[in-house]
Design a protein around this ligand. Structure first.
Ligand code: ADP
Length: 345
């Protein structure tokens, strides 16, 4: 959709975005104050760990100028396909779907030279026009700082919460404080802070060296009364896994354990942690002589439409029991068919 879209088009797009977001339990934007602190690595690992635990996860890379998610997952040739008017996410696994700006580039190394309104437009399209299906988690990897992309996410993704990644040294923490205040200003709740590159255990001497210092992320979390989700060490296996696009497969056991701890801390912060969102909806449409009836309780019949993964899989017509004065429908009828339209069954 062009950046000069009409109000009507924007409203229609808002509606599509809301429809999608209603089918996502948890929306998390992964932010950082500075580039290079490991934000994309953490966002990607969060998505892979959660999906490996049985959660349905969508990973959306909106880091327009430095999309890394595709590379980190080994999807270097990723292209975004469309079916009809919908973008198709890449199915990395049964539980993990991925969309990255990278998939729009003709050549992987092409730069995107876009101004704010175009960036805002494409992020909204990735929320409105992607065939995500229902998700337990939408993890959004945004560029560092407090620019157009995190602002668009904060203003568009209702119910979104932030995870902030930092390294321990003061120069990174100074920018994290800006990120925290950005979140406060745009009413984006912060789920917690992760301290990445926190110490290096020397393989020769076995001693821990705090190359970028250690503990700064935890102190910052305490200063702002935020949850500290955990630390990840400087670990060459993270670089090797990232460069090879092998995600977590080749991570050291130490980093895997620490990452698992972070995921557990995160899950503790969230209500409704049930896995595997129900993908099926039943929608009851009141009809009279095959046409929409405006009286839900007085119609001749109900057209019951079953929708799974965004597609109609079954249509049936059911005749309600005769209308009664005191109770519109018997309890059995209510239980079997009258689920609220657009609510998960
Ligand atoms: P950002 O998204 O913040 O710009 P990236 O996730 O792209 O940062 O990471 C930048 C580089 O740092 C990558 O080469 C990545 O492999 C590496 N890296 C990230 N976390 C670690 C870590 N804990 N130990 C070692 N290298 C790391």
């Amino acid at each position: 959709m062009a950046c000069n879209s009409s109000n009507q088009e924007l409203q229609a797009q808002d509606q599509k975005i809301n429809n999608f977001l209603q089918n996502v339990n948890h929306k998390i934007i992964v932010m950082s104050g500075k580039g290079g602190v490991g934000k994309s690595t953490v966002a990607t690992n969060l998505a892979v760990f959660l999906s490996n635990q049985g959660y349905k996860v969508g990973l959306l890379d909106v880091d327009v100028h430095g999309p890394s998610v595709a590379g980190l997952l080994g999807l270097t040739g990723l292209r975004i396909n469309t079916i009809g008017d919908q973008f198709q996410p890449y199915h990395y696994s049964d539980n993990l779907k991925v969309i990255s700006i990278q998939g729009l580039l003709d050549q992987p190394d092409d730069p995107l030279i876009w101004r704010g309104p175009v960036k805002i437009g494409i992020i909204r399209q990735f929320l409105a026009d992607v065939n995500w299906g229902p998700l337990d988690f939408l993890i959004i990897d945004s560029p560092p700082g407090t620019g157009d992309e995190p602002l668009t996410v904060a203003q568009t993704v209702t119910g979104c919460q932030a995870v902030i990644v930092t390294t321990p040294q003061e120069i990174a923490l100074a920018d994290v404080r800006k990120s925290i205040q950005f979140c406060q200003k745009v009413n984006l709740p912060v789920l917690g802070i992760i301290e990445n590159m926190s110490g290096f255990v020397c393989p020769s001497c076995g001693n821990m060296h705090a190359i970028f210092k250690s503990g700064g992320g935890e102190k910052t979390a305490a200063n702002y009364n935020l949850t500290f989700l955990g630390q990840l060490p400087i670990d060459p296996s993270v670089v090797t896994a990232g460069d090879a696009g092998q995600s977590i497969d080749t991570l050291s056991s130490q980093t895997k354990e620490k990452m698992q701890h972070i995921v557990e801390q995160l899950l503790q912060k969230l209500p409704n942690k049930q896995k595997g969102v129900d993908k099926t909806m039943k929608i009851a449409i009141p009809v009279v002589q095959g046409k929409l009836c405006i009286h839900f309780g007085h119609c001749e019949q109900f057209a019951i439409i079953t929708v799974a993964d965004g597609k109609i899989v079954k249509q049936e017509t059911l005749t309600p029991p005769p209308h009664e004065r005191t109770s519109h429908f018997t309890t059995a009828w209510r239980k079997s068919f009258l689920r609220c339209p657009l609510r998960h069954t």
